[in-house]
Design a protein around this ligand. Structure first.
Ligand code: NAD
Length: 262
């Protein structure tokens, strides 16, 4: 008898799922709920892993719907205190360094769902009960993409629950620090609830070794300001917000902008 051939997994153009994906997700869940933020309850971790698996396992990775992640999202009941939400766009490293040092702010990746998935790649395959470790679609390979749908769903939820003053860190070393098509510009900004969020503060951070430019008065930030104002939210903007600049200074202590102002 000839063995039944195993069906070939679909081939995509991006890198495959992160090795040891499920062990990493489960480990992160325990790290977060038991060590980083005890009080959220670590008992749910096995269920959280199951809901994560069910969202994409045995499915076409270009055919994932928001609803696929709903059971996972429903298992996690976490709220961020008012005035503590930090959004970012093209400034992930600095935003995370700042929030880690500052201690009281939350980027999406400081919440459980974002923490579980940050920097991981995952996708399934219709012919297998395992993640596809060979290849996954790139973000721009399709619309209903396993990863991009996940980040859309949890970014939306994160923004909907924000209240008070919210912050966004943008990258002033780019010609356009604000992009309408980014997740911040297309999902988070429009999910802020003006009944709860009264002010959006933008921090436009420039690479410390780059040229100084007043991005707050440039066309890209003006566009953001106009969208925010139309939504009945007050907008403020600061170039090189000092506490975040000081985080940049750790690696660039000799730079003139790092000298004490006292
Ligand atoms: P951004 O353009 O810097 O993208 C954020 C991240 O999304 C990137 O670091 C990358 O991991 C991923 N990404 C986006 N486009 C991609 C592409 N074409 N191919 C591969 N990966 C891609 O900023 P943004 O789009 O404004 O998203 C940031 C905001 O949205 C944050 O406020 C955060 O809350 C949320 N978010 C976080 C992540 C994450 O990876 N942690 C991803 C998407 C959205």
């Amino acid at each position: 008898r000839s063995p039944t051939p195993t069906p070939e997994a679909l081939a995509w153009n991006g890198t495959g799922s992160t090795r040891n994906l499920f062990a990493i997700v489960l480990g992160r869940c325990y790290t977060y709920t038991q060590l980083l933020r005890p009080g959220l309850g670590s008992e749910a971790c096995p269920k959280i892993l199951d809901a994560f698996k069910s969202a994409f396992i045995s499915k076409n990775p270009c055919d994932i719907m928001k609803e696929d992640y709903q059971p996972l999202v429903d298992l996690v009941n976490q709220t961020v205190p008012c005035n503590k939400s930090l959004f970012w766009s093209k400034s992930k490293e600095l935003a995370h360094q700042y929030s880690w040092v500052q201690g009281g702010m939350f980027t999406l990746e400081d919440t459980l769902l974002g923490y579980l998935a940050d920097d991981l790649t995952w996708c399934g395959d219709p012919s297998s009960v395992e993640p596809n470790y060979q290849s996954c679609p790139r973000w721009n390979e399709c619309l209903n993409h396993t990863g991009s749908v996940f980040w859309k769903v949890i970014s939306q939820k994160f923004a909907e629950s924000a209240c008070g003053v919210v912050q966004v860190m943008l990258n002033g070393s780019l010609s356009k620090p604000f992009h309408k098509s980014s997740t911040f510009g297309s999902v988070e900004l429009f999910s802020l609830d003006p009944r709860k969020v009264h002010t959006l503060q933008a921090w436009v951070m420039h690479d410390i070794r780059g040229n100084y430019s007043d991005s707050c008065s440039g066309p890209s930030i003006r566009e953001l300001e106009s969208i925010v104002n139309k939504r009945n939210i007050t907008f403020t903007c600061q170039n090189n917000y000092r506490p975040a600049r000081l985080v940049q200074c750790v690696k660039n202590i000799e730079h003139s902008s790092c000298a004490s102002k006292i």
